[in-house]
Design a protein around this ligand. Structure first.
Ligand code: APR
Ligand code: PHB
Length: 387
């Protein structure tokens, strides 16, 4: 089989790239290791920057998001027993959309299938070859049958644990990493949101976050140890700890899902090697504070799709050559913001009393200085795309 662009991975990066290419008449095949059911039900973050919303709408896949998503004009920061609102609308004129990543994934899968374009689930033993030449190949197997896909380019959209990044010779990649000494215990619960907007809490017992998915489903998180076993937390314990840390009335309700998310900052440079392009989590990871992961993936593939369009339309490689630098300039700013939000809101095992006072002073500064609040707000609603 032959295609123009072979896309590895059907997360938000791979699926959106496939859709943007399809709209410009560029052929691609998406190969996904997991089943459709698995990827559609994988619970991840759920905040879309205003530009991500615009990109999904412009691509014609935003109708359900506009109907079911929740538009938020601010967030709350709770600390020292008080709640403070950061007003995005007043500070930036922008808002964010609360809409689960798996809903975006469902909408993109539906669009790809409606267009009758190739999307192959449960592809085994996917491997990438010859991407230093003009005719790369992807090999994989389906139901035990070996297949080869010839292509012009490979898009590695296969997440942090995928095979694309690790197929690039290690000596050619520069890796930057920070692992945090804590994780998030997250629950999805059948409970109407206990507040109208998200609450980020810095409490003496650790960080907590109140988020939501719909008028009947809430998403909540607690800072915990990285090796925490979620099964050891009873539902009552979780609700009790959330009430203590958030300082709000949380009614509770049936817990639908419980998991622990590790916290890591990671960047691999460059994001291109020959004709293999990395996008989304395959190239970089942010800690979830600020919910930037899906937005970074969307920004990357917007840049990559434009580069591929210029290549096929005009034969120009200029944008493709600039892909890595263009993405990384924004990726690093978003890395800084995600690290900063994480440092601001969590308790660190090795923190000194000085560190803690400085953290509280920073929070005070944020909620009393328009300049400081505006900096948070403009990063939260999303920095501009490169171009
Ligand atoms: N072959 C084919 N597919 C693979 C392989 C492989 N060898 N390895 C992984 N995959 C698939 C995964 O099953 C997953 O569906 O690649 C997909 C990668 O999707 P995501 O992990 O969602 O990554 P991405 O599309 O970059 O989206 C980034 O996901 O992890 C969150 O916080 C992150 O919100 C961010 C978003
Ligand atoms: C979520 O709703 O899952 C969420 C919201 C905000 C974050 C992280 C996760 O900062």
């Amino acid at each position: 089989m032959r295609t123009q662009v072979a896309i590895i991975g059907a997360g938000p990066a791979g699926l959106l790239l496939a859709h943007l290419l399809y709209q410009h008449g560029i052929d691609c095949v998406v190969l996904e290791a997991r089943s459709r059911e698995y990827v559609e039900n994988r619970v991840r973050a759920g905040v879309l920057e205003h530009q991500s919303v615009d990109i999904l709408n412009a691509a014609g896949v935003g109708a359900r998001m506009m109907k079911e998503g929740l538009l938020h004009h601010g967030i709350h920061l709770n600390f020292g027993g008080e709640s403070h609102r950061i007003d995005f609308e007043a500070l930036t004129g922008r808002a964010v959309m609360i809409y689960g990543q798996q809903e975006v994934v469902k909408d993109l899968i539906a669009a790809r299938l409606a267009a009758r374009q190739p999307l192959i689930f449960e592809a085994d033993s996917v491997s990438v070859h010859d991407f230093e030449s003009d005719s790369p190949q992807v090999r994989y197997s389906i139901d035990g049958q070996a297949r080869t896909l010839e292509c012009d380019f490979i898009a590695g959209c296969d997440g942090f644990h995928g095979i694309c990044r690790s197929s690039i010779p290690a000596a050619q990649l520069n890796v930057f990493e920070r692992v945090y000494p804590f994780a998030w215990l997250g629950i999805l619960a059948e409970m109407p949101p206990a507040a109208e907007e998200l609450i980020y809490a810095n409490d003496d017992r650790g960080f907590a976050l109140l988020s939501m998915r719909s008028p009947t489903v809430s998403r909540l998180y607690l800072q915990c140890h990285p090796d925490e076993d979620p099964a050891k937390w009873s539902d009552d314990q979780i609700w009790g700890e959330l009430r203590t840390r958030l300082h709000v009335e949380v009614p509770g309700g049936p817990v639908l899902q419980k998991s622990v998310t590790p916290m890591r900052s990671f960047v691999a440079e460059p994001m291109r090697f020959g004709r293999l392009f990395l996008a989304g989590d395959a190239a970089h990871i942010v800690p979830p504070t600020g919910a930037k992961g899906m937005n970074l993936a969307i920004a990357d593939v917007q840049v990559l799709a434009r580069g591929l369009q210029a290549f096929y339309r005009e034969g120009s490689e200029e944008d493709l050559s600039a892909y890595s630098a263009t993405c990384l300039s924004r990726v690093w700013k978003v890395q800084r913001f995600s690290w900063w939000m994480t440092s601001l809101l969590h308790r660190f095992d090795d923190e000194t009393p000085f560190d803690h006072r400085r953290q509280l002073a920073e929070l005070e500064y944020l909620v009393t200085s328009r300049a400081a609040a505006q900096s948070l707000a403009e990063n939260y609603v999303g920095l501009p795309l490169a171009h």
